[in-house]
Write a protein that binds this ligand. Structure first.
Ligand SMILES: NC(=O)c1ccc[n+]([C@@H]2O[C@H](COP(=O)([O-])OP(=O)(O)OC[C@H]3O[C@@H](n4cnc5c(N)ncnc54)[C@H](OP(=O)(O)O)[C@@H]3O)[C@@H](O)[C@H]2O)c1
Length: 244
């Protein structure tokens, strides 16, 4: 990587709008000033029912917007923010089934958007490891692949967007194999994902364990600075590839 998050604080201050001020929105708001952002606007379900507060007036002077809301409102938020010509970063999960609709919104509006089911840089590297493991184990059918993920009890979607993306990536190397996938929703896990192979003799396992939400906030802010001035729809993996 040529740029690190600490480099970011030396760059120009960017005016940030936050959609959602729950667990993730709050983590982003806490870290943003250290990373060279001024949080100018925070909208929650109370101040923004049906997206009514996403207006020219409220977004005047906003350089970039980050959305960590809920699957039921996120696509409407994207549509409204894009219509204002403001670039955005979307961390909300659970909208895979509307991906083509979002692609069209971004294409027609001419803004830039970065999305990821997981903004942790460690998870993006974990995907690379998992792809390599899938390739190595593919010829050995006695090893059966599986995914387990665990999140706090308030998380709404299951399997997690990260688990779905992990499965999509490893399935490409294991085309005819069933990848058993299960979700735990209990307690306070900020996010745990395992990819393993089990045989009669042994288990081989790789695991990513988020220690807090700071890693997600860090990645989302990194993407927010990157997307300013860009046009088009980008996965966070593309953003990181560009840094190599
Ligand atoms: N990509 C990643 O790295 C990553 C990491 C962690 C989580 N996530 C995902 O990010 C999303 C948020 O997670 P979370 O843990 O922060 O959830 P959360 O604590 O439940 O927060 C959701 C927030 O969305 C707000 N909201 C709902 N409708 C809204 C609207 N119309 N306009 C503006 N705000 C609205 C809620 O407002 P109120 O406070 O008024 O209810 C709340 O502040 C989930 O989809 C989760 O899966 C992604």
């Amino acid at each position: 990587m040529t740029a690190t998050s600490s480099d970011l604080s030396t760059e120009a201050t960017l005016n940030l709008a936050l959609l959602g001020h729950g667990k993730m929105g709050s983590a982003v708001a806490r870290l943003a000033p250290e990373r060279g952002f001024e949080v100018r606007l925070i909208l929650t379900i109370e101040s923004n029912p049906d997206g009514v507060a996403i207006t020219e007036k409220n977004f005047h002077g906003i350089d970039v917007c980050i959305d960590f809301t809920t699957p039921d409102v996120v696509v409407d938020n994207i549509r409204r923010v894009a219509a204002l010509g403001v670039n955005l970063v979307v961390g909300t999960t659970g909208w895979n089934n509307r991906f083509e609709e979002v692609r069209e919104i971004i294409r027609l509006s001419g803004v830039g958007m970065v999305y990821a089911a997981n903004f942790s840089i460690g998870v993006q590297l974990f995907y690379r490891l998992a792809r390599a493991a899938a390739e190595i184990f593919a010829p050995y059918s006695m090893y059966e692949p599986y995914i387990v993920e665990a999140h706090h009890k308030a998380k709404k979607d299951a399997p997690s967007g990260t688990a779905l993306e992990l499965r999509r990536q490893v399935q490409a190397h294991l085309p005819s194999r069933d990848i058993s996938t299960s979700s735990v929703r209990a307690g306070f896990f900020p996010g745990m994902h395992e990819f393993g192979f089990d045989s009669e003799a042994d288990t081989v396992l790789i695991r990513h364990n988020a220690r807090s939400r700071q890693g997600f906030a860090e990645g989302a802010l990194f993407a927010a600075r990157w997307v300013v001035g860009k046009k088009g729809l980008f996965g966070f993996d593309q953003v990181l590839e560009e840094q190599r």
